[in-house]
Design a protein around this ligand. Structure first.
Ligand SMILES: CC(C)(COP(=O)(O)OP(=O)(O)OC[C@H]1O[C@@H](n2cnc3c(N)ncnc32)[C@H](O)[C@@H]1OP(=O)(O)O)[C@@H](O)C(=O)NCCC(=O)NCCS
Length: 176
């Protein structure tokens, strides 16, 4: 089956919380199944990818989220979520966080990932932000390479809990 590489981005609002929960859980499972424990992953989805979790994010005035929707049909295949930073580094005025960037595997390498990152950077600049931060699992070397290619560099570390498992994350930043 051929995967079309046509897509568009659509800004999400709070009415998209259920859909974001679906895509957030699906892409998280796809990324980490077989690498992290299933029960931990499901607990993490139920807590951090629930419709209520996305409603909480999207009722904050400075949260922004976008779906990548495949054409034809407009099915959501990936998303980004940007919000005020909550990271254990010295935060500066104008900091912003790319909290999520996820795309279903079948759409990797089609340019959608690059477009989602460009949108994250463009929106951050439009909002007058000076630095974009993110946290990434240290074993997720593909994502780290993708971020390095986009210009991010490591600025710190943190521990991140997935269910009952504590993971080591790198914190990376891009000066805008
Ligand atoms: C991160 C993600 C959105 C990137 O999307 P993608 O479709 O793989 O990326 P693209 O193919 O658009 O690549 C964009 C650029 O990054 C580069 N890149 C992508 N993966 C790379 C890798 N593993 N190593 C080196 N460079 C890489 C590409 O070569 C491309 O460079 P170019 O713009 O010069 O051509 C996607 O891989 C994903 O959803 N991964 C799973 C979820 C995940 O891990 N999210 C991050 C959690 S912190």
């Amino acid at each position: 089956m051929m995967t079309s590489s046509k897509f568009h981005l659509r800004e999400c609002s709070v009415v998209d919380s259920d859909l974001l929960s679906l895509v957030g859980s699906g892409t998280l499972l796809e990324t980490f199944a077989g690498l992290l424990n299933g029960a931990d992953l499901l607990a993490h989805c139920q807590k951090n990818n629930s419709p209520a979790a996305f409603t909480k994010y999207l009722t904050e005035p400075t949260t922004r989220a976008f779906f990548a929707e495949a054409e034809p049909g407009d099915a959501p295949v990936g998303y980004i979520l940007l919000c005020e930073p909550f990271l254990p580094v010295d935060l500066l005025p104008g900091d912003y966080e790319l909290r999520r960037i996820y795309l279903f595997h079948r759409f990797h390498g089609t340019g959608i990932g690059r477009a989602l990152m460009k949108q994250a950077v463009d929106i951050s600049r439009e909002m007058g932000r000076k630095r974009l931060l993110l946290g990434v699992n240290r074993e997720n070397t593909a994502a780290i390479s993708f971020y390095e290619k986009a210009g991010f560099a490591k600025v710190g570390e943190r521990q991140f809990t997935v269910g009952s498992r504590v993971c080591d994350d790198d914190i990376m930043a891009l000066v805008l």
